[in-house]
Design a protein around this ligand. Structure first.
Ligand code: SF4
Ligand code: SF4
Length: 66
């Protein structure tokens, strides 16, 4: 069952600090080539912890219309 909401990361705001990657409880965020955060959507549980910890306010949770 996919999550009801998924994170959307703003590349303009993201400083690639890695905090969201470190805090995701299901390890579904990755730092791609140390330049971009990537979400693996089918393992995300929609908890929004990543959005809460992001110091740059770069993560918005988008409700999914499955
Ligand atoms: S919403 Fe939760 S599970 Fe999904 S990427 Fe963020 S921290 Fe991970
Ligand atoms: S916590 Fe925010 S600023 Fe840091 S890598 Fe994640 S999205 Fe980018």
């Amino acid at each position: 069952m996919p999550a009801s909401q998924l994170p959307v990361i703003s590349p303009q705001r993201c400083t690639v600090c890695g905090d969201c990657v470190a805090c995701c409880p299901v390890d579904c965020l990755w730092l791609h080539q140390n330049a971009q955060v990537v979400v693996v959507p089918h393992t995300c549980v929609g908890c929004a912890v990543c959005a809460a910890v992001c110091p740059a306010n770069a993560i918005a949770m988008r409700v999914q219309d499955w």
